[in-house]
Design a protein around this ligand. Sequence first.
Ligand SMILES: [Zn+2]
Length: 282
Amino acid sequence: MPLVTTGELIAGASTEGRALAAFNVITLEHAEAIATGAEEAGAAAVLQVSENAVKFHGGNVLAIAAAAAAVARASSAPLSLHLDHVVSVELLHSAHEAGFSSAMFDASKMTYDENVKATAEAVRWGHQRGIWIEAELGKVGGKEGEAPLDAHTPGVRTDPQEAATYVADTGVDALAVAVGSSHAMTERTASLDHELIAQLRDAVPVPLVLHGSSGVPDEEIRRAAAAGMVKINVGTALNTAFSGAVRAYLDAHPGTVDPRKYIAPGRDAMAATVAHFLRTVG
Ligand SMILES: [Zn+2]
């Protein structure tokens, strides 16, 4: 089916009181696995390409975006394209040409005032082009080059009043919040601050986004979705599934040289993971 926009999918999920899962695309096979998993689960999903993934592709956002878009258009599931964790304004400004309907502008490393100024500018730019903008307040730890922070590290939380002011001052369409999850967790042991999620839900007028959901157990994700977390970002869980299946294949068949032999089970494992998360949030 034609590409849908992230804004439409989020609005539909909000109206129906459920969450929408977003999955990180690193390779063509990630995109294929997300489409297959979404078809299996009979659910919509977001295909998101991060700035780090763009760097992996030599800084060429157009190739991976075109591949993800072509996979999405060939799928029977409603799928949208999102540019994730964008720090570079230049990359943000390529979102439209590359076919993304939404972007997460990540100014979380800036001071609060700088963050508000840069994010408001990104929102103005996006809204002139019909691009939905997500931002982040309260640092979610564990991105590349940083040690994953313990979910209960003091200070790694979003303040509800500050979040409300931030949304009003920037005009963002959705807000990623720090409520106990951390990026790049390979075990699902995070516990979320459900009281804080409820406070944020009451204070913040836009959909809330949970990053680092790979490390959050199913039941915690279900509770977060029921409490009003609308976009659930999943990246590492796909890579754990992919690498585990590839490693198992190569351990069992050490003479293999054709990459299709081991990438196929890796892609199947990612598709099963996608279907599992979609059933969990749906
Ligand atoms: Zn994230």
